[in-house]
Write a protein that binds this ligand. Structure first.
Ligand code: ZN
Ligand code: ZN
Length: 352
């Protein structure tokens, strides 16, 4: 039923595009519309049928997982699919996700092609009850992994040591994998919003930024927390308090019906008032689900209106070169009256 409803929504979108079928080639969308989790799969969705094309490595798995007719292809999937498109006039494809080579193979079919743009991604924005439960479980696991990893923290560990500890705790708790490369950044390096953990030792005095996410049951979680080594200097406290206030202001704005731009503006206004306007170099958040970054974007120019059941992050930050940076991030569910903050971890600036 789950996949039937999702496919029905896709078909309705295809009718609007006057397209008779769609070729879905990206793994998260193949999974969303069929349940198949293999790394090599493509769907052909027509008005009557959903067919999954995969290779012989996945014969058993596809039979078990896929809510679709399964075709085991020998050779590139797109070549096999192209041979099946003869009866269609106009077919939609994932223009934002397909490689040039795969598209060239599909174009062996003499049909008119039309772009799906973000059709599938829009259908995925509002999460079903089951998806919300999956995200909830992923968030709880992620927070428990952080708590546990921090009990093994020792001054003098490298950033990589702590990142490894965190990812080990995730896996031991049942996560399939980290939702992205765990960020552990100490001292001045915390000013790099997407720092890669390195050989730098976590020792002395300074800010420690930890941004981590897990995949559980296919669904992502995402959280950033801050700690400090040693006594907290006044400028660090000022920076932390400003970001904290901005995060609360953005959370306060989240509600069904509100534009994502206005949530972003709420955080930006607070940081500007504290003199950190230029130090906030990214958007306030993003949707998440089968992928770590999904629609909607919670950014300056994004006009999407929030709907109940969307899962998003709220993560303002401020980054000062040569000093350090602060980001605080929760995963939340949008509701009719506001939002439910799923992340249970305290936001306080931890002193290690
Ligand atoms: Zn994050
Ligand atoms: Zn995030």
């Amino acid at each position: 039923m789950l996949y039937k409803n999702r496919v029905a929504a896709l078909r309705a979108a295809l009718v609007e595009k006057e397209s008779e079928a769609a070729v879905i080639t990206s793994a998260p969308n193949v999974r969303y519309f069929s349940g198949f989790t293999g790394s090599n799969g493509a769907l052909l969705v027509s008005g009557q049928q959903v067919t999954l094309f995969t290779d012989p490595r996945y014969t058993i798995q596809a039979g078990r997982e896929a809510s679709a007719k399964v075709v085991i292809a020998k050779g590139p999937l797109e070549t096999v699919i192209a041979a099946k498109l003869g009866s269609f006039r106009k077919v939609a494809f994932e223009n934002g996700r397909i490689s040039f080579r795969s598209m060239a193979a599909l174009q062996q079919a003499r049909v008119e092609w039309c772009s799906l743009d973000d059709t599938c991604e829009r259908l995925r924005m509002v999460k079903s009850e089951e998806e919300q439960q999956a995200i909830r479980a992923s968030v709880l696991l992620n927070s428990a992994a952080l708590d546990e990893a921090l009990t093994h923290f020792q001054e003098g560990m490298t950033e990589t040591d702590l990142a490894a500890e965190i990812e080990y705790r995730m896996r031991r708790r049942g996560a399939e994998k980290p939702a992205f490369e765990t960020i552990v950044a100490f001292g001045e390096r915390s000013a790099l919003p997407h720092a890669q953990p390195g050989a730098a030792k976590i020792t002395g005095r300074g800010l420690l930024l930890i941004d981590m996410g897990s995949f559980l049951g296919g669904y992502a979680s995402d959280m950033t927390r801050m700690a400090h080594l040693g006594r907290i200097p006044a400028p660090t406290r000022h920076l932390f308090d400003a970001v904290h206030e901005a995060q609360l202001a953005a959370l306060d704005r989240v509600k069904a019906g509100v534009t994502t731009a206005s949530v972003d503006a709420a955080a930006r206004k607070v940081l500007q008032s504290h003199g950190y306007g230029k130090a906030f170099v990214h958007s306030t958040g993003h949707g998440l689900g089968l992928e770590i970054h999904e629609m909607p974007r919670i950014g300056k120019k994004d006009k999407t209106r929030l709907q109940a059941g969307m899962a998003i992050t709220i993560e303002p930050g401020a980054y000062l070169e040569g000093f350090g940076g602060v980001r605080i991030e929760d995963t939340v569910l949008v509701t009719g009256s506001g939002c439910e903050i799923l992340t249970p971890t305290s936001k306080k600036l931890m002193v290690l």
